[in-house]
Ligand binder design. Structure first.
Ligand code: URA
Length: 228
C-alpha cells in the first residue's frame, strides 16, 4: 500500500416537480438554487436532478463507521427503494465485502450524488453520468455525512467518487488505484466502480476489477484497524 498526499483544490426552496407539458408548450425548467441550504434531501433544489428522480437516496449504515464506501449516484433500483447499492452493483459489493472479511456493521455506504440521473431508452431508464457541477452541488450532503459518520477511511468506488471525495475534478482513477491517498485527516482508497466489474466486455477484465475491489476493501480494513 503506497501512501500519497493529496491537497484540496476546492475552491428559495421549491416544493413541486415540474408538471408534464402539453404539445407546443416550453418544457418546464426544474427549480434550482445552488446556494440553497436544504434541511432534507426531499427539499434539495441545489441542482436540477431532483426533478426526474423518484426521491433522494441518502447514505445507509451505522451512525459511526470506520469505513465509508462512496459510489457515484443511485441507480434505477436505488431510486425506487430509496436505499444505496440495493441493485446488481450492490450485490457485487456485498460479495466483495464478504470476501474481504469486512462486516456490514463497519461500513457506511453512500453516493457522491444523491439523485438518480437518467435518460429514457425504450421503456428503460438508463444511467447517465452526473456532471461535475452536479457532483459539486451535492458535496453539501457528502460534507455532512463525512462529518457525522466520522469514517477515517473512504473507499472511492470509481472516478466520480474519487473526484468528489478529493474535491478535485482532475484526479484520475488510474493514477489512484492501489495507492492510499491522504486527504486532510482521512485516508482514501480508490478502486473500480462495481458496475465496471459487472459490465466490462471481457471476463478477464471483470475478474481483475472484482479482485481489485476486494483488495481495496482489505486495505481499507487494515487502515481502519490501525486508526482505531
Ligand atoms: N451505483 C452507485 O454508484 N450507487 C448506487 O447506489 C448504485 C449503483
Amino acid at each position: 500500500m503506497a501512501t500519497t498526499k493529496h491537497t484540496s483544490k476546492r475552491a428559495s426552496k421549491g416544493t413541486s416537480k415540474p408538471t408534464s407539458q402539453t404539445e407546443g408548450e416550453t418544457p418546464a425548467q426544474p427549480e434550482v438554487d445552488p446556494d440553497q441550504q436544504p434541511a432534507t434531501l426531499d427539499d434539495c433544489r441545489r441542482c436540477p436532478l431532483w426533478a426526474n428522480a423518484t426521491q433522494g437516496v441518502p447514505g445507509a449504515g451505522p451512525r459511526r463507521a470506520p469505513i465509508m464506501m462512496l459510489g457515484e449516484q443511485p441507480g434505477d433500483k436505488e431510486d425506487l427503494q430509496g436505499l444505496p447499492f440495493v441493485g446488481p452493483a450492490g450485490a457485487l459489493l456485498d460479495d466483495a465485502l464478504v470476501e474481504a472479511g469486512v462486516g456490514r456493521k463497519d461500513v457506511y455506504v453512500t453516493n457522491a450524488v444523491k439523485h438518480f440521473k437518467w435518460t429514457p431508452r425504450a421503456k428503460r431508464r438508463m444511467h447517465k453520468t452526473p456532471a461535475q457541477r452536479e457532483v459539486d452541488a451535492c458535496r453539501y450532503w457528502l460534507d455532512q455525512e463525512l462529518e457525522s459518520v466520522g469514517a477515517q477511511v473512504i473507499v472511492a468506488l470509481g472516478a466520480t467518487a474519487l473526484k468528489a471525495v478529493l474535491e478535485d475534478p482532475k484526479s484520475r482513477l488510474q493514477d489512484a488505484i492501489g495507492k492510499v491517498i491522504e486527504h486532510g485527516d482521512r485516508l482514501v482508497v480508490a478502486t473500480y466502480h462495481p458496475s465496471f466489474a459487472l459490465r466490462a466486455p471481457d471476463p478477464e477484465t471483470r475478474h481483475r476489477a472484482y479482485a481489485a475491489i476486494v483488495a481495496a476493501l482489505q486495505d481499507a480494513k487494515k487502515l481502519a484497524q490501525r486508526r482505531k
